[in-house]
Design a protein around this ligand. Structure first.
Ligand SMILES: [Zn+2]
Length: 162
């Protein structure tokens, strides 16, 4: 269920590539959008971030936010740009709520093919949600992990944040 939901969202994000786009990665769809501008449903453009509707939105108002520079995933994201992206996400979330009055909002950001990232240029989905919308449930209803596995994972992650 989880993967299907993410795949549907990310598959909808593609558009025609622009091999002459500058700056950015050759053949990257989102670098093409960043360079060209004029997306039909662009809602935001700052010095560092662009917001626009995907080709096949999962909901009315479904918006993608991308850094204008080519950043493949969260592990390549510099702190300053992360801050700009987070600030833009909050601003667009407010705008979506004000404009469309959804019941809720999902923020989806996938990294790597196993997470169903299909456009290898970092993007954040803001998906307005309604109680009766068509999007599938994302989270499992119960955990399958024993306590000792959780404790070991927590300790390993904490040690890398020291
Ligand atoms: Zn790119």
């Amino acid at each position: 269920m989880h993967l299907h939901a993410m795949t549907a969202l990310d598959h909808n994000a593609t558009c025609a590539p622009d091999p002459e786009a500058e700056p950015g990665a050759v053949g990257c769809d989102f670098c093409g959008i960043a360079a060209e501008g004029g997306e039909t449903h662009e809602v935001l453009r700052t010095d560092t971030v662009i917001g626009f509707f995907p080709l096949f939105p999962a909901a009315i108002g479904h918006t993608l936010l991308i850094p204008r520079a080519h950043v493949p995933d969260i592990w390549s994201l510099e702190p300053a740009l992360a801050g700009a992206l987070a600030e833009a996400s909050v601003a667009v979330a407010h705008a979506i709520r004000s404009a469309l009055r959804p019941d809720g909002l999902s923020v989806v950001q996938s990294n790597g093919r196993s997470a169903s990232q299909t456009v290898m240029h970092l993007h954040v989905h803001l998906v307005p949600r309604w109680e009766d919308d068509a999007l599938p449930r994302i989270w499992p209803t119960r955990s399958a992990w024993p306590e000792h596995r959780l404790a070991a994972a927590g300790a390993a992650i904490r040690s890398r944040l020291d």
